[in-house]
Design a protein around this ligand. Sequence first.
Ligand SMILES: [Zn+2]
Length: 298
Amino acid sequence: MNSNSKLNRVLIVGGTHGNEFTGSYLIKKFQQYPELIRRTNFETLTLLANPRAFKEVRRYINRDLNHCFSRLDLQDTTISGYEDLRAKEIDQIFGPNSQNPIDFIFDLHSTTTNMGLTLIVDDYDFFSLQLAADLSYLNPDIKVYTFGYSYPSQNLLPLRSICKSSICVEVGAVAQGILNAEIFLKTEALVYAILDYLEKYNRGEIPSKQNTLTLYKYTEAVYFPRNEHGEIQAMIHPQLEFKDYLPLHPNDPILLTLDGQTITYKGDSIVYPTFINEAAYYEKGIAMCLTQKHQITI
Ligand SMILES: [Zn+2]
């Protein structure tokens, strides 16, 4: 998005993962009380992305919906899982080739990890970086995270990639399949802060002077060790549990094996772990994601 183009249509998404109730129920609330998300100078739309998974309180039915949005997959007529078809439907309604493409998406997720209020942005999306810089300046509890180009890979693109500019809101800690009022209210407040920001942007009151940002950049995933049957053989070390975004030094404990051995971090510089003990990552065997902390200028 260039700096003088106005936003016409904004899409708030929830329930991309069916067992993340915060976003799903916020969408239900906004659909019931649309005046809450109405702003003066753009249209706000809502989407409960994976209604079947939401009903069944599962992350997905056949495949992670948030991996189904590469152009290759969207044009592939041979794939027909529930999420593949749902992705095509969402792309037809809101995507770049639809009648009224969306100008900005924010997708509401929750996490079982202690990541607090996290905004996930693409590090090449200048508009979202500026938004994240301004919001995290106003609320220092907000952390800004990017997977960069390394993850997810270019053929597993997320829902929000149907739009040039987007942000993913990730709030925790909350268990899957439940509502937690504190997390709900925090996420709701963040939704209104983003909408207010977009309204100001359309009035020409942005960009602000906030041109630096602390960005946590994903570098690698740490996997649980497994036995020959593929079963995991360790847990998050109790000293690391819930320590998302705190510095991890070389030789600090990260995992505790089932037979009581401590596994330490073998890197040679300080890193900042995130998604520590994310329930959704057990199926992939991921224990945590490591990031590097950067101070960037926008
Ligand atoms: Zn999610």
